[in-house]
Design a protein around this ligand. Structure first.
Ligand code: GDP
Ligand code: GDP
Length: 451
């Protein structure tokens, strides 16, 4: 049986990173005004800016929007709360920003001349070939604007004068940022109409009985729904106060599923149904031992990234003895899907069949959940501070920040200073699930270490 670790890594590809919003990183020495600038870009006061050097900040990464474009803005000032490391803070910030960001805002305090640290960081950024905008902050009035010409000497082109504190020049800076962002990806909206369900399970678990029960309760197997294209093998069924699009029910209705060929063919068909659906109900026979074939079907759902409801059917046959056995089987056999929504039903008696619609709705809404970047990072910062990555060979990689790159299922990207232990990634996943409720959905986590 596969271990949880496979679930974490199997589906995490670089593609997830590509689907993340573009990242703008703000780099600069302490006290040049990075946090103030981030607040300005966000257009609201997120938190009080601390004057004290070495203060741990509660803001790391946030979603920003300007002229209808969305991006993630990262305040690198929060990366190195450790006092010892603050000395080399700017070099490290610059290095990591160059590897994670699409655009780097290099911030200097225009009222004081650039330092050797600034120059070293700039050299590093220039070598990286990354798009860098030189921001001359604290230009609170026009008089100061004339004094920034010396900043050309940094070799980052024209310095961009702003006053993060008063807002002077910030609109122009945002326009400049947008010019340098990579093309926005069009978001494909989900197809309108009823939610698509696959009702799957090995032969004889009770799929056709359940379908009939669901349809009969509400007297409705609808043949078409206006404005929705439907495969001839699909059907629309009304239950729980809503119309559902059941994928590939032809086999069920005609009761040919057992006869229609080899197990291999049946498995292809099950897989196709899952792929075509948004959520799968995997039906198990609660009166029998959870089998390899049941497991294979659950694996298909996880691998296709669909939401998952596990329904234990034939509950009318379950006595105390079997219930006890089953709970042990669940602990053992379904260990990798503790997050699945589970319901115990009987297609024969109708027991708890009304629980299916709410279960499907829960799974689908979590499947589509999007955690705002700010909220995600406030939580993550606290988590990695409380439980840092274990030390390996004298060093411990750090998690710098995270973004949610997509939904359906939720996909997260962790930006780190090094490769993470699989166990630590599992820990983050478990905590993520506890905090944000991803019941009923797989989640993908991609770790993006700097080289
Ligand atoms: P960080 O350490 O780079 O994040 O800097 P902060 O954003 O914490 O700012 C450091 C100090 O500079 C704070 O006291 C800010 O109020 C002040 N500051 C930031 N931006 C400006 C600005 O545009 N003009 C002036 N006069 N002060 C600023
Ligand atoms: P399918 O192959 O998954 O479509 O399964 P069927 O719906 O054809 O059911 C297989 C057998 O299990 C039939 O004899 C059904 O009457 C029986 N069955 C289905 N659901 C239940 C149930 O909840 N309780 C009991 N006791 N039998 C059931």
């Amino acid at each position: 049986m596969s271990d949880v670790s496979e679930d974490v890594f199997e589906f995490s590809t670089d593609e997830d990173v590509e689907f993340a919003l573009p990242i703008v990183a703000v780099v600069g020495r302490p006290n040049v005004g990075k946090s103030t600038l981030v607040n300005r870009v966000l257009g609201r006061r997120q938190a009080v800016v601390e004057d004290v050097a070495g203060v741990t900040r509660d803001r790391i990464a946030y979603d920003a929007e300007w002229s209808g474009r969305n991006f993630t803005i990262v305040d690198t000032g929060g990366w190195l709360p450790d006092a010892r490391e603050r000395a080399k803070a700017i070099a490290t910030q610059a290095e990591i920003a160059a590897q994670t960001a699409d655009v780097v805002l290099f911030v200097v305090d225009a009222t004081i001349p650039p330092t050797a640290d600034d120059e070293a960081a700039v050299r590093m950024l220039r070598r990286s070939g990354r798009k860098v905008i030189l921001v001359a902050n604290k230009v609170d009035n026009e008089r100061l604007e004339h004094e920034i010409s010396s900043l050309w000497g940094l070799g980052l082109g024209e310095p961009f004068p702003v006053s993060a504190l008063h807002g002077r020049g910030s609109g122009d800076l945002l326009d400049k940022i947008l010019e340098n962002l990579p093309e926005a990806r069009p978001v494909v909206p989900r197809e309108a109409g009823p939610r698509r369900i696959a009702l799957v399970g090995r032969p004889n678990v009770g799929k056709s009985s359940l379908l009939n029960k669901l349809a009969k309760e509400e007297r409705a197997v609808v043949d078409s729904v206006a404005g929705t294209t439907v495969d001839p093998v699909d059907s629309f069924v009304e239950f729980g106060g809503e119309t559902w699009h059941l994928v590939d029910t032809a086999g069920l209705r005609k009761r040919v599923s057992h006869a229609s060929g080899t197990e291999y063919y049946a498995s292809l068909r099950t897989n196709a149904a899952i792929e075509a659906a948004e959520v799968a109900i995997v039906l198990l026979d609660a009166s029998e031992v959870i089998s390899e074939q049941d497991q294979r079907i659950i694996t298909m759902v996880i691998e296709s990234g669909r939401a998952l409801v596990i329904a234990f059917n034939k509950w009318d046959l379950v006595d105390d003895d079997r219930r006890y056995q089953l709970s042990k089987e669940i602990d053992r056999e379904l260990r990798r899907v503790p997050w699945a929504v589970r319901v115990n039903v009987s297609a024969l008696t109708g027991r708890a069949v009304d629980k299916l619609a709410p279960a499907l709705r829960t799974a689908l809404s979590n499947w589509e959940r999007r955690v705002p970047t700010g909220q995600l990072n406030q939580w993550l910062t606290a988590l990695v501070q409380a439980t840092p990555h274990p030390i390996r060979g004298g060093r411990a990689p750090r998690v710098l920040f995270a973004t949610q790159a997509g939904v359906s299922p939720p996909k997260f990207v962790l930006f780190t200073t090094g490769v993470l232990d699989p166990g630590y990634v599992r820990f983050v996943e478990r905590k993520l699930r506890e905090e944000f409720d991803f019941t009923g959905t797989p989640i993908h986590i991609t770790v993006k270490p700097r080289k």
